[in-house]
Design a protein around this ligand. Sequence first.
Ligand code: 3HC
Length: 296
Amino acid sequence: MARVDGNARDMTGISKVGVIGAGTMGAGIAQVAAQGGMDVVLIDTTDEFVQRGVSRIESGLRRLVDKGRIDANARDSVIARIAPGTDLELIAEVDLVVEAVIESFDAKAAVFRDVSDVVGSSTILATNTSSISITALAGTVPHPEQFVGMHFFNPVPVMKLVEVVRGLQTDDRTAAIVHDAATRLGKTPVTVADIPGFAANRILMPMINEAIFALSEGVASADDIDTVMTLGASHPMGPLALADLIGLDVCLHIMEVLHGDFGDSKYRPAPLLRQMVAAGRLGRKTGQGFHQYEDA
Ligand code: 3HC
């Protein structure tokens, strides 16, 4: 993306993306970017983490081939567009960086510090944070006007939404380019303000938290609470099953951010949620959450 300085700014968009973090979200973002025709560099800290991300992408694409959605040639060209590695120098030429590392301000700020040393001055920096202030993270980079939130949803290849979160300093050009990039990935972007929880998690997490209160008060069993919401409200999965999919540690963290930042007791995390996390019952990733999973 050649940027023209001054008023005649280049809006041709993104052709090369660097994804930092090859976990569930990062691998999903890399997959949809490559499927969208972009060249992708997928970075993590160890070969093992990178390889795990690549395996996730391969199995996601296998799923599509098995269903006849794409053929083997298309799968191979998607894989060929992804350059995996551990050396941050690989992202020197990208137009857009999407960071998807652990949900910690310090960890993300450290990533953006290192990224800023490597990329060009016109590169757009995006974070997939679910709860951290975009404005605060933007304060750690040299060009906060080119910093934005790009909030994807799990499972990334399936979920259509991307929240484009504008920090206080995000400029119109950055927001427009990221909006366009999300559309090219087959997603529907919605622009939201940098207010805790943005839009989706501010609404979704209190619902999940309330379902956990209902469970602990004996309103109904976990299965029945989920059935109530799948059959009574047409949700694709119940709130407790969804909490297990997201990760109970992630849900707790987001509730703590909402509670702390708004200072409103309506966001207090359910004690049972805290207990589940303390017990290491984090949902699908540990094999046990509100439900049990055999394939963890
Ligand atoms: N990767 C890729 N594709 C997947 C997938 C995965 N992990 N899981 C399911 N799919 C695909 C299936 O292949 C299938 O595709 P098809 O319709 O094209 O054949 C489709 O999704 C439906 O899957 P299944 O038939 O196996 O199962 P379900 O119908 O039960 O759907 C689900 C599974 C897509 C997870 C659905 O239950 C759902 O949409 N649940 C809600 C998910 C949700 O709300 N996610 C957002 C979480 S919040 C978040 O991420 C924000 C963060 O900040 C916390």
